[in-house]
Design a binder for this molecule. Structure first.
Ligand code: ASP
Length: 335
């Protein structure tokens, strides 16, 4: 059919409904829904006590790696990539960086091992996958995704997760692949003091995405906390605590003192405040981080269904970045 014919009834309706004696002014204009952006992405590289006295080249290295991950995500999204693909690829870049406490560069347990956790969630249907306590999986986020897509289950741990990695052909490495001198020294310091090595425990990574199709996805990956005891699992792979995504509300990824994020089911709470109280993603994130948690516990990144981005923390700093279809692109560490 000729295109013009298709639009004729609409044109007719518009003309018939127009009331020339009552012109639409700014004040009388019908309320326009909040503008939604085409796509949006936020990333984090951990929250905590991040000393501002950090050497310049180290600071630059953080900015470089955050920018690299954010650029990759931005380009993929602009090309129309799916939210889940973006989350996996961006987190893989951050896992491969030795700067962050995820994948290469993960912190050490009390026993001097690296035990990694990760989770991913699809906002379309609440499908999700999580793994915990793996010591030989190069990119835990990819294994979490396979749990989601290739098993009937949601959560695999330790040797079982590693066997599943073999079945799926997900890359395994020798445990010493994860070794970095900085994290080892941090454990020694923690063992001496028998308390958390505050300055070096941060660095968990996360990514939340709204893609051009309007779908949300979230992912988080971590080595956990320096000096953690055998078998300890934090918030990251616990769906609703450290990671959550639902198309109707938001995609959320958390970082900080994991036990607190589990107690307060932080990620799901943000989604619930939006769903039940009609809050915006920023309002919900502020409410949970500043009213429910204790100062210093950490922070979260979130992207709402309309592309609004929230980057909220109650600790001294949070490695983070955000970009969207309107040209936003920024990375930051402190307030
Ligand atoms: N939330 C992580 C955990 O408790 C650690 C972090 O984000 O720094 O395992």
């Amino acid at each position: 059919m000729n295109k013009m014919w298709k639009f004729l009834p609409i044109l007719f309706l518009m003309t018939a409904c127009a009331a020339p004696e009552a012109p639409v002014t700014e004040a009388s204009a019908p309320e326009v829904a909040i503008e939604t952006v085409d796509w949006a992405i936020a990333i984090h590289g951990g929250a905590g006590v991040i000393p501002k006295s950090m050497e310049e080249d180290r600071k630059q290295a953080y900015f470089d790696d955050l920018s690299k991950a954010l650029t990759a995500g931005r380009d993929l999204l602009a090309d129309g990539a799916e939210a889940l693909d973006v989350v996996e690829q961006v987190i893989t870049i951050l896992e491969d960086s030795p700067l962050f406490n995820a994948g290469k560069g993960s912190v050490f347990t009390h026993d001097g091992k690296n035990e990694l956790d990760a989770a991913i969630m699809d906002g379309r249907d609440l499908n999700c996958g999580a793994i915990s306590g793996v010591s030989t999986v190069k990119n835990p986020i990819s294994l979490a995704r396979r749990v989601m897509t290739d098993s009937r289950h949601v959560f695999f741990v330790r040797e079982g997760a590693e066997r599943f990695a073999d079945e799926m052909g997900v890359a395994r490495v020798e445990p010493d692949y994860f070794f970095t001198q900085r994290r080892w020294d941090s454990l020694q310091k923690a063992l001496e003091n028998e308390k958390q090595a505050e300055a070096e425990k941060h660095g968990t990574v996360g990514c939340v995405v709204l893609d051009r199709a309007g779908n949300l996805a979230a992912g988080t990956s971590t080595g956990g906390m320096t000096n953690k005891r055998f078998g300890r699992v934090g918030d990251v792979p616990v769906i609703g605590a450290g990671t959550y995504a639902k198309n109707q509300t938001a995609a959320i990824s958390c970082t900080g003192f994991g036990e607190q994020f589990i107690r307060h089911t932080v990620a799901h709470d943000v989604s619930a405040l939006m769903e039940y109280k009609g809050m915006s993603v920023k309002e919900a994130a502020q409410e949970v981080i500043h009213s429910k948690l204790d100062t210093g516990d950490g922070g979260l990144i979130a992207v709402g269904h309309n592309g609004e981005i929230a980057l909220v923390f109650n600790s001294a700093g949070m490695f983070r970045g955000a970009a969207d279809a309107n040209g936003r692109f920024d990375v930051a560490i402190w307030e």
